[in-house]
Design a protein around this ligand. Structure first.
Ligand code: OGA
Ligand code: MN
Length: 282
């Protein structure tokens, strides 16, 4: 059976049909998947049933496994490369990262080399009488860049933004040790995608704390204007999850945000991996 790539019709996202991820993918199949991934920023496979080992094998086809600081305590038992994103509690203890990614963000932008991509494998999805909750939204940073007026594109050329993990303390509990492990880093506001060469905006509220050469209030104004521009509805794909979905996103091409519209006893459980960029975006 051949591989079909069905675009969502939004600015990003495509469903891949005709692939059973529990079986080995040959190079031709993986190439088709990787091309669809680069092109569409978000790809997903429905109705999958895979073991943790398979999830890790798939992840490593895209790039080296990259570990997340939150996985040290909230990993899948015996599989430290797989982090659980979940609101489920067992014996009074949270088994995964709860309320992960409630604000628009790109994963691990606070590190010198953010991961190329992230995979979520949906095990349990909250729903009420067939109405699914806990969607994830993805915003197309290349479409957002392309839509900027020329004057703004010129202004952004060469601008460097600062990202500070410590700023997260406003949103999630983080430890002093974590703050010390992640000193502030810088990234260009306009990143050239290493595979597609498309220009992508890389700015968000909260994580992005300044812009080199601009005073704080001017930087803040620009960060907020760009961050809001990127997530305009015309650039957004909203994924409605089904159990068995394996979804892969590109942390340069998209920003994402979890819709936190459910709570226990409705359960949400995802297995999550991240993989490194082969070459750092410039
Ligand atoms: C993440 C994340 C969003 C979600 O895992 O990096 O932001 O909807 N998750 O779970
Ligand atoms: Mn995230």
């Amino acid at each position: 059976m051949g591989i079909d790539v069905i675009r969502t019709g939004a600015a990003v996202g495509a469903e891949i049909r005709g692939v059973d991820l529990s079986r080995d993918l040959d190079d031709g199949e993986f190439d088709a998947i990787e091309n669809a991934y680069n092109e569409n920023g978000v790809i997903f496979f429905r109705g999958q049933s895979i073991t943790p080992d398979r999830l890790l094998l798939l992840t490593k086809r895209f790039g080296n496994l990259q570990l997340n600081t939150f996985g040290e305590t909230l990993g899948l038992p015996d599989f430290p490369g797989i982090v659980l994103v979940s609101n489920v509690e067992e014996d009074g203890r949270e088994i995964g990262i709860k309320r992960a990614g409630e604000n628009w963000h790109s994963d691990m932008c606070y590190t010198p080399k953010p991961p190329r991509g992230t995979i979520l494998y949906a095990q349990e999805v909250p729903e009420i009488d067939g109405l699914t909750l806990g969607d994830t939204c993805f915003a197309a940073t290349h479409a957002a860049y392309d839509a900027l007026p020329d004057a703004m594109k010129q202004r952004l050329d060469g601008l460097i933004a600062e990202f500070d993990f410590a700023a997260r303390v406003r949103a999630v509990p983080i430890t002093q040790a974590q703050i010390e492990a992640f000193p502030p880093v810088t990234h260009p506001i306009v990143r050239t995608h290493p595979y597609t060469s498309r220009k992508c905006l890389y700015v968000m509220r909260d994580d992005c704390t300044g812009i080199a050469g601009l005073d704080d209030s001017e930087a803040q104004r620009l960060i907020e204007a760009l961050a809001d521009h990127i997530v305009r509805p015309e650039f957004v794909y909203r994924h409605v999850w089904q159990p068995g979905d394996v979804l892969v996103w590109d942390n340069c091409t998209v920003q994402h945000k979890a819709i936190q519209d459910y709570d226990l006893p409705l359960r949400r459980l995802m297995q999550r991996t991240t993989f490194a960029a082969e070459s750092a975006p410039t």
